[in-house]
Ligand binder design. Sequence first.
Ligand SMILES: Nc1nc2c(ncn2[C@@H]2O[C@H](COP(=O)(O)OP(=O)(O)OP(=O)(O)O)[C@@H](O)[C@H]2O)c(=O)[nH]1
Ligand SMILES: [Mg+2]
Length: 800
Amino acid sequence: VEALTQLAEQVPWRQDVWLRLGLAALRADADIAHDALERAAAGRDDLAVARRALLTLADRDILAGDHARARRWLDRIPSHPAQPDPELALRRIECALARGETKRIVAEAAALDGLDPEASTFSGLTTLGGRRRLVRAHLARLDPEGRHGGTALSLALGALLLDAPGAAELVAELLADTRDAAAVARAREVLATTGKLETPRFRAAFALAEGRRADARDALMKAADEGDAQAATTLLTLAATWQRVDVLAAVATSHGDLLSEDQHLLLEAHRHVDAGENVAAVQALERIVDPAMLAWADALLESAIGAWRGEGEAPSDWDPLLAELRRAATELDRLDQIAPIEALAVERERPLLVAVLGEFNAGKSTLLNALLGTDVAPTGVMPTTASLHHVAWAPDPFARVMVRGGSDRVVPHAELKTMLTALRRAGETVHQVLIYAPIERLKRIEILDTPGFNAPETTHAEEARRGIERAHVALWLLDATAPLKDSERRVIEQVAAARVPIQVLVNKRDRVGDEGIGDVMTYVASALEQVGIRSLAPPVAFSAQQALAGRLGDDAALQASRWSDVEKILADDIVNRSDLLREGALRRKAVHIAASLEQAAATRALEHDEAARDWEEREARRHQLASTFRNERGALAESIMQRLDAPLDQLWVDARPLEQLTEERQKSQEVRNYLVDRCVARLAPVIVSALVEEAGDDLSRAGVSAVERSVRATIAGAAAAHRSAPFPEGDALRAAVSAAVAAAADEVDAAGTSPPGHATRHRGVRRRLAAFASVFGERGSVVDDPSEDGGGDGDQHDDE
Ligand SMILES: Nc1nc2c(ncn2[C@@H]2O[C@H](COP(=O)(O)OP(=O)(O)OP(=O)(O)O)[C@@H](O)[C@H]2O)c(=O)[nH]1
Ligand SMILES: [Mg+2]
């Protein structure tokens, strides 16, 4: 190394000397290796030497795991589709494999056939044959059906025997996954010849292959405790596969420095979960990005968020849950979702909201009036109710009519009907009606009267749907004279699909009488069963009209109305279960919000991916352009020379006045400066525009100014150094142009832009929301199927 260093300094233009120095330094592990190889690679005279130097530089980066930089060296090697370059292909495939780009690998695999397996790899210690075999092993693993010259395991074993770096890892991985006893036995024989059989990695791999998971873990734990880093690394992989925090913790104790940031995060999260600090746990888990850790992290995320869900039917711990949703909405800039989240926070303290739903003319508003005991809401055979009527408690009876684009009107109950008629006649749109009454029951449940579904006015159905969205429970009112027609079945199915609990009531019992009602109820029961809808309590038949008359004083009508059946259901199945029903509704609404936020997060993540791909493409084109400049420097310089005739003529014109000066003056610094300045002004723009033309779209604006800067500097340097004539011409100029192109190439290489910010944040939000939805989604509705609520989190059963 020393002798070569001296020699290289004496003949710095000799690329081959730099290459030999680089290779010798590599074998001697001397620091100068990298610089020497770069010098050899940068030389422009011997392409074969530059290629060898670039391959070696790439090999070093591949071994060190910097595949992005390795690719950049490889991009500088000229290649031609007609002349396959197996050595180049091998490295390209290795880089692609490391980055999981399987398509590229398969496309280039054929080029490997021409590789000389005896050619030595960069350090001269091993041959390329081993690396090729390892690549084929990977290919065989990706595509077990294809022809690769053996199974993944046999190829990887071959690579291991040839000392290919990374082969032992692959063999151990393949062994751990295989269930083929014969293959395992063969591998044992082969490994026995290498003396590696007893290393903890392979002891564990064989134990895993034979299903002895505990043995594998013990062997590795013991080795790790004794300081074996390889065993510790293997354990880390296995800890993630098995989702065993004790294994991870053990490695953290013996080999803390081997844990990745994500592994530390997971440990931290686990500690938080154990300590009941679920917010902190969620915040640690959302930062995990390693694909190998995600399944584990997501499982923990679910248990951290699930800890806030009430056990079975019990109320959940809504404060942290809502805070979680608020945080997601803010992070995603979805401020439109804040209002519904705040509404949920308020709803926890509010009475249960029961929506009365059904087709028009079913008697919904009459039922409402019967409940209130006053004839306040308008009723009629034509579609009547046009907006949501919300009935709530207040110390005095009154109604507030909210007019779209106008001021609210406040009227006594008795005047509501006339007010609504007057507003309709005046062409005003009523947005909502609030009916207040001092009735005790309204402190526990509030009622929402809705427009009918099948009314010809489409706005009626829309309003009714708004009612379903808000409702905690639905009272579905059927008309005994026309129950559950097809159109009605479809809507009720949709409500059930939205997981709103439904109580079915059959109205207008008086119209079918005692004789007919039995058949109606049988029909209703079977129709509901057909559409798969379960009423909270079995449907009862009654007459809202008679009930209202009864409430207004007609005792006989009240008796006939069967109103007491309705009251009983309201009390037993709705009011008394209101906490449970409200909890179910909150869960349903929270999942709904989480789902729309999750959608937003997914969109964001996609946008980021696209930006990242664009950026990578631009970067690749930029590097490609730099290598084109470098590799075709001669030809480029030649074509630029042809454009320089006219500027040269102008330079002579610029120089003519100097002839008048004395010889001494002509040699002065001032004159020299003037000439350099003229050279740059006349020549640089032509060279720059030639290069920019060549670059086309591949050069950013920043790239153009970088090229301009370097060309001007090179020309200035060449002009200043030129002493034999006023300015460089002929070969001297050609050399200067060529140097300018080379300098431009370096600038283009260096003029990178920083990558777009990682999508990690949005992925983290998305994973949190997905966990949220799965915690509440599957078993979220406590009402639909209470029997489903089994134990809490999945048991942490031991894997033995
Ligand atoms: N015979 C009989 N008629 C009833 C009963 N309940 C309601 N009606 C009548 O049926 C018609 C419709 O009643 P509404 O209460 O307005 O029906 P709705 O479901 O509110 O109708 P929309 O508001 O249009 O959706 C009115 O003429 C009521 O008087 C009942 O139990 N028996
Ligand atoms: Mg009505």
